[in-house]
Design a protein around this ligand. Structure first.
Ligand SMILES: Cc1cc2nc3c(=O)[nH]c(=O)nc-3n(C[C@H](O)[C@H](O)[C@H](O)COP(=O)(O)O)c2cc1C
Length: 188
């Protein structure tokens, strides 16, 4: 795929087919993340590839997070929990991405930028392999129980979100972007 075609056609994919995603394909996409630009070569990204047990457990956390902020009768809550868990379980593969914390705020800001570049590389590489991906920063991804489940020490690493991977069930239309003239200006 031509580089500009990949940049323009890449979409965030939220609905996936049941086709499994092999470790090998997932590793190929994640490996592109290691090649992101990175000031000071801190290589701050960490990729936590969830197995079935952790996938199920994080689906339960999504249900917990939803129910904690909802008031309804028991039957409605039970249905909401089932749906919240099913939503996460419908993602064929889940990868948590963390950013190492060094204690220096300026470097941590650059490191978060580098992790974001890594995620973009990963999404584009996945796209080139025929895989769709969504980056989510939904509230449940950074709860204390998520840190505990993933074995991430919040003093050492920040969870930047989850990546969902799978073969696209449908590709949404692109969301309109402002023209370049509106978001740029020439300086003398
Ligand atoms: C840091 C970050 C967090 C995101 N979190 C979410 C999310 O929680 N839920 C979601 O539906 N999309 C999320 N997205 C994806 C955006 O919604 C998506 O990129 C945007 O709608 C443009 O669509 P496109 O990626 O298909 O061009 C996130 C994107 C970024 C960069």
């Amino acid at each position: 795929m031509n580089l500009f075609d990949a940049i323009h056609s890449r979409r965030t994919i939220k609905q996936f087919t049941d086709q499994p995603v092999s470790d090998d394909l997932l590793h190929q996409a994640l490996d592109a993340g290691r090649w992101a630009q990175n000031h000071r070569m801190t290589e701050p990204w960490r990729f936590l590839i969830l197995g079935p047990q952790t996938h199920r457990a994080i689906a339960v956390i999504n249900g917990d997070a939803l129910l904690e902020k909802t008031r309804a009768d028991a039957e409605v809550l039970a249905k909401m929990r089932t749906d919240a868990e099913a939503k996460i379980l419908s993602k064929p593969r889940v990868v948590a991405v963390t950013c190492c914390l060094c204690g220096n705020k300026a470097v941590e800001q650059e490191d978060y930028a580098a992790v974001s570049c890594a995620v973009q590389n990963i999404q584009l590489a996945a796209w080139g392999l025929g895989l769709g991906m969504q980056w989510t920063t939904s509230g449940f991804t950074t709860r204390p129980d998520t840190y505990a489940l993933l074995g991430v020490d919040p003093a050492q690493e920040m969870i930047t979100g989850l990546l969902y991977f799978g073969f696209p069930a449908n590709v949404p239309a692109p969301k309109l972007r402002k023209p370049l003239a509106e978001v740029s200006r020439m300086l003398p």
